[in-house]
Design a protein around this ligand. Sequence first.
Ligand SMILES: Cc1cc2nc3c(=O)[nH]c(=O)nc-3n(C[C@H](O)[C@H](O)[C@H](O)COP(=O)(O)OP(=O)(O)OC[C@H]3O[C@@H](n4cnc5c(N)ncnc54)[C@H](O)[C@@H]3O)c2cc1C
Length: 406
Amino acid sequence: MRVGLVPRREEFDVVVVGAGPAGGYVAGAIAKAGYEVALLEEHREVGEPIQCGGLVTARVFDIVSCKETIIGRVHGAEIFSPSGRRIVIDGRETEAVVVDRAMFDRAIVTQALRNGAHSILGAQAAAAGRQDGGVEVLVDVDGHSRRLRCKLLIGADGVRSSVAKWFNILRPKKILPGFEVEMVGVESDPGLVQLFVGSNYAPGFFGWVIPSGDTARVGLCVGSGNAYAALEKMLGQPAVRPFVKRAQPILYIAGGIPLGFPKRSHADNVMIVGDAACQAKATSGGGIFTSLLSATFCAQTAIEALGKGDFSARMLHRYHKAWTGSIGKELRKDLAIHDSFSRLTDAQVEEIFEILDNPTVLRLIEGRGDIDFPSKVGWALLREEPRLLKYLGKALRAMVSRTVGI
Ligand SMILES: Cc1cc2nc3c(=O)[nH]c(=O)nc-3n(C[C@H](O)[C@H](O)[C@H](O)COP(=O)(O)OP(=O)(O)OC[C@H]3O[C@@H](n4cnc5c(N)ncnc54)[C@H](O)[C@@H]3O)c2cc1C
């Protein structure tokens, strides 16, 4: 029963920390199965501040129904090398969509609340520990401390997850700093994203322009250092300048991409999901689809655990096994690909562009490219162009030879 802004109840079956896509989905699915779920969000508004480019494939709408948040459709990419050489990959049909990320998160949480979850906004989980077979969570709600008790705690609290830390589950190996600016007046084709690869743009990762309705999100991630300063520098590069020469910023977006592969994503009475569990792709930084897919496994295990009254790590291991056996396989490959590609020199990137800039290869990428499973096109490319093998690290080369048999 809710009287006022915060529910009176202090006992819940499940407390979910973080109302991003993963937390919103998990809370809604468990509440739909008839359990009492509290969804805590430290900000006073779901969906803010935005920390994302909002580029996803239509697969996410098989998990959450919020197509009304789509503000753009993308059918290809223009990719620029360090010297400004340009290749165009154009699938001609919609390959990905751009969502209004704040609306997207709100739509997922709205559904969770309709399913019966209890939202508590401006509520920062400040500490948690096991007590009497359950978990006690200390929550700071607008300067007041509250204690909530639950059987199961789910940390969907993003890249700097406190839940993962408190229960000693995982720390990302590395967090790639990212910075993005939403700009008015960007001159680009609204059906294409632009990607910029090389140390003059985004050392250790890549830069992008993502069309988003009548604006565009211009951003990058870097291997380390100051992402804001790197973006400032990237905007002045000859290949980038034509897109942004008359553009003006209306929103700054800062965030990080977690790299690592957790040995476990659970402990007694606790599971972590989404960025908290390093479930983003190391190749692109995209984490919405992978987080949501993992969230379906997390919710399923939570419902089974609640049904059996068993919240042991042994029981919750089902979740870890399910997601690592599914999208985890791709995430592992993406980490290996990222590791190799982040070591390439600009001269090597130019050599790769030389190899890719060939109609047969481009057609192959157009036909097989899938931003949710980037390793698939990678494998196909290696079959077509074994010269690419030399740019891969030792570990990845071994993995490739096993997988594609070259
Ligand atoms: C610059 C940038 C661009 C990106 N672009 C894309 C893209 O185009 N496409 C894509 O798929 N992915 C993109 N991503 C990744 C994507 O944003 C994340 O993978 C995704 O948001 C993960 O969802 P989540 O629910 O796990 O975490 P989040 O969306 O981070 O949600 C976590 C929530 O937990 C809350 N929280 C944290 N701690 C507490 C606490 N102690 N108490 C209460 N609440 C708490 C936070 O306020 C937040 O609302 C991008 C990331 C960055 C940094």
